[in-house]
Design a protein around this ligand. Sequence first.
Ligand SMILES: Cc1ncc(COP(=O)(O)O)c(C=O)c1O
Length: 385
Amino acid sequence: MKKDFLIFKRNKKLVYLDSAATTQKPESVINTISDYYKSYNSNVHRGMYPISEKATDNLEKVREKVARFINASPSEIVFTYGTTDSFNFIASVLESSGVISGSTKILLTISEHHANILPWQRISQKLTYLGLNKNFELKESSDYYDIFSYTLASNVTGVINSNPNINAKIKIIDAAQAIAHIPVDVKKLQCDFLAFSGHKAFSPSGTGVLYINSKWLDRLAPYRLGGGIVTKVTWDKAGLISYPHKFEAGTPNIEGIIGLGAGIDYITKISLVKIEEYETKLRSYLIEKLSAIKNITIFSPKDSKTKAIGVVSFSIDKIHPHDIAQVLGNHNICVRAGHHCAQLLHREVFKVPATVRVSLSIYNSFKDIDIFIDVLKKAIDIYQR
Ligand SMILES: Cc1ncc(COP(=O)(O)O)c(C=O)c1O
């Protein structure tokens, strides 16, 4: 799929293995954004002239597209600025709507990204973290919780948490990593809320989605207040329009959202089933090659029975992850080193402060992995000499 991405045409030697941080953008997405600016740049939901009507129309079509993509209704799709924004949104709104408070029992998992930890820490003093087994899968719990908020696919181990059997009133899903790699269906997942970012799915940064199950739409207060969400404003109060627009005060990231539509079209055209199939093969190859390296610890399942996306983290004895990433970077190989916004997982489970993370996408080839392994071995030689 490299042919669809200008960045690989312009950087022939680029080996991009950091798609969990952000994906590259296909030409179709870039052209869609450029076309908006060149042909109909205007604000949405207010202009009574053709280019504004076109912008509004295209933005609302993306809402329909996103809804189809995750098997929801358009009215259940709220545009945000990313997954972090979606989690701050939902935690604050559940609190301001009187659904949760300091004593709400919230279950998270130890592998959560900080985006799905900090907003809950601000509100509740009753947080529990589900641990992992030796395959990095979620452990079980028979306790009852008010909220269970968990990642569908880990941004560190890659493990897919398909259907954790947890007894909770409200189920919230972080689909930031899953969205571009496996089919996501909110009906099958039976969730109340689900969040993802556009930039991890071939789309522009600053775009995000919060799925709000229809049973919550009337009960929840808006997160942001301001223009575009009111019926009548008086001295001391304002009447609000209906959902989903009541949740979207202010000018949205118009070009970004229109670009998100093109990103979703790109994924749909290839099909997530095919993407998953290809990336599973690529991941097995990566695991096989990494496993043959001496003094390596791999913090991702090696056994293909545990379902995982192409995100693999590892450490090498006595070499700092940043040193490895630096040598790889000097060879135009992009990986991530650090705690990947998952400090609890690193400190409490891995017992290391940082790891190197390789993350795959459809534009990666088996050759990319060969090049990466080759330079990784050279880096190990340099530091272990
Ligand atoms: C699992 C997970 N959740 C949440 C986030 C936060 O996403 P964003 O930075 O786009 O808000 C990330 C980003 O790395 C992630 O991997």
